[in-house]
Design a protein around this ligand. Structure first.
Ligand code: C5P
Length: 222
């Protein structure tokens, strides 16, 4: 059984106003578009959506058209705490847990399939894009060191883990880590994570210009 946790409890403060995942993208909230990709995927059995504690009723109302079983649970102050809250709601008969940011509505079914297949083989797998821009540190308005981009990847989601490995990683990380993704937690238990090459559409809608781009893409698709 494959379950997906969708962390959607961020404040969206970089965009201001209503959290971005609850805003309308075309005819539906971005969160619903993201959840629907997993709802339609034949290998996914159920969904756990993690929302801001004060917006749980609003989120429940947004998701009523989903066909598969789903739960809405309250998130925490950090992404890691929100994913952990989602994991508590996942049944222990689950074999694979996928974690996917609510803010990536353009994820494809093909990528989800590849992550599930790689997780079955390797125990853990995550979508990433090789870095093509030059990467450099900066401090107080000026650049400092340049680092080689040869072995660098920009992480995306979904990230997939065997259920037992994810449980173990969260136990080890408790109180010592504030990871911005779940691959970071695998480091605590020495578990290698297989790379699944992503695509450029699987953008995390973060800034105002991302939001405007997402609206244009959505209009063209409709
Ligand atoms: O903040 P960031 O862009 O890394 O957020 C990635 C995803 O994690 C978003 O979908 C956001 O809603 C979610 N998140 C969460 N709980 C938090 C912070 C972020 O579920 N406390």
């Amino acid at each position: 059984m494959v379950a997906v946790i969708i962390p959607a409890a961020g404040s969206g403060s970089r965009l201001g106003g209503l959290p971005k995942q609850m805003r309308l993208l075309g005819d539906a909230p971005m969160l619903l578009h993201t959840a629907q990709v997993f709802d339609r995927h034949p290998a996914v059995s159920c969904l756990v959506v993690v929302g801001p504690p004060k917006n749980l009723d609003l989120i429940e109302g947004m998701l009523t058209s989903l066909k598969k079983p789903y739960q809405v649970v309250a998130g925490g102050a950090t992404r890691q705490k929100s994913v952990q809250a989602g994991l508590k709601a996942v049944s222990d008969s689950t074999s694979i847990v996928l974690i996917h940011d609510a803010a990536r509505p353009f994820v494809s079914a093909q990528i989800i399939t590849k992550v599930i297949e790689s997780t079955e083989i390797a125990g853990a797998a995550a979508v990433a894009m090789p870095v093509t821009d030059t990467v450099r540190y900066g401090e107080e308005g000026s650049f400092t060191n340049t680092i080689s981009r040869d072995e660098l990847y920009a992480m995306q989601t979904p990230q997939g883990f065997k259920y037992d490995l994810l449980q173990q990683a969260f136990c080890q990380a408790e109180g010592v880590s504030q990871a911005t993704d779940d691959v970071a937690l695998m480091g605590h238990i020495g578990q290698p994570v297989r790379i699944v090459e992503g695509d450029r559409w699987n953008v995390k809608i973060t800034t105002q210009s991302d939001w405007e781009w997402a609206q244009q893409v959505w209009e063209k698709r409709a």
